[in-house]
Design a protein around this ligand. Structure first.
Ligand code: NAI
Ligand SMILES: O=C(O)C1=N[C@H](C(=O)O)C[C@H](O)C1
Length: 249
């Protein structure tokens, strides 16, 4: 029998980290080697001989964590949000120095969420208008969500490929922000409310027709199959992988 993958969890006392610890602990082919949260020393991770670290921390600290993991030759699965194009370039440059190391960063590990983004990318070329409404729990630190940002990017790329121009919109904002954020020409609206977990609607419109694609994460267990899939595969994919789409094919 092959040895279990030794997994370290960063952000282990957080909402996602706790769920990841449970999932890793319950996976027959993995061993929960280290649990690290704010104030703990990263040395624990090295000491525990972690082969893969899973990071669900905060946008403020994730880059330091990633640099540390890559420097120590440890592959990483990252769910933390806040990855701009500049940050991704930085990660690629660190990885260039460590050719054997894999890093997988996914804005959303939920299989249904991944499908929602794929369906949105497929629909985008057929509609004049597209807007995104994301809804999250009020303890979420960032807006718009990583998922909404990624969805806007794939919609914008599909529209550009299809030769579509800017969306029709004669509105002048009387109050700043009324039309939401503009991500690559796609408007994104962020709702924060008690009672919500993670939800998103993508609204497409053209003459006489509306298509709404909706995804709901009702429990954080929804992210776990995707996280475990990434842990199993990240070491055999050196360099940077974005999203889990390529692991599902
Ligand atoms: N990609 C995905 O599928 C998903 C991504 N997320 C993202 O994951 C991140 C975490 O979300 P939550 O668990 O809800 O947040 P949370 O606030 O519950 O957990 C974050 C944890 O990180 C810890 N932490 C802060 N600095 C640290 C450091 N330097 N080292 C180790 N731990 C540190 C905090 O003490 C806290 O326990 C967010 O960016 C969120 O958007 C959340 C759900 C799914
Ligand atoms: O903070 C969250 O909860 C979530 N964050 C991710 C994001 O920003 O897209 C994924 C999911 O929406 C839950």
């Amino acid at each position: 029998m092959t040895e279990p993958i030794r997994v370290g969890v960063l952000g282990a006392r957080g909402r996602m980290g706790l769920e990841v610890c449970k999932a890793v602990d319950g996976a027959a082919d993995m061993e929960l080697a280290a649990m690290v949260d704010q104030g703990d020393v990263l040395f624990n991770m090295e000491d525990a001989h972690a082969e893969v670290v899973v990071d669900f921390t905060t946008p403020d600290v994730v880059m330091d964590n990633l640099r540390w993991a890559i420097e120590h030759g440890i592959s990483a699965v990252v769910g933390t949000t806040g990855f701009t194009a500049d940050r991704l370039d930085q990660v690629r440059s660190w990885l260039a120095e460590k050719p054997g190391v894999g890093v997988l960063i996914a804005p959303n590990f939920g299989i249904a969420a991944v499908l929602m983004m794929q369906f949105a990318a497929k629909a985008a070329r057929y509609f004049e208008s597209a807007e995104i409404i994301e809804q999250h729990h009020p303890r979420k630190l960032d807006a718009p969500s990583g998922t909404a940002t990624r969805t806007a990017q794939v919609i914008a790329a599909a529209r550009a490929e299809a030769g579509l121009g800017p969306m029709p919109d004669a509105t002048k904002e009387e109050v700043a922000g009324a039309r939401g954020a503009d991500i690559d020409g796609v408007r994104v609206h962020a709702v924060r409310s008690a009672g919500l977990l993670a939800h998103q609607e993508v609204l497409f419109g053209t003459d006489g027709e509306i298509l709404t694609i909706r995804h709901d994460s009702l429990d954080r267990v929804s992210f776990m199959p995707g996280v475990l899939l990434a842990v199993r595969n990240v070491r055999s994919r050196p360099g940077l992988t974005i999203g889990i789409d390529s692991l599902l094919d």
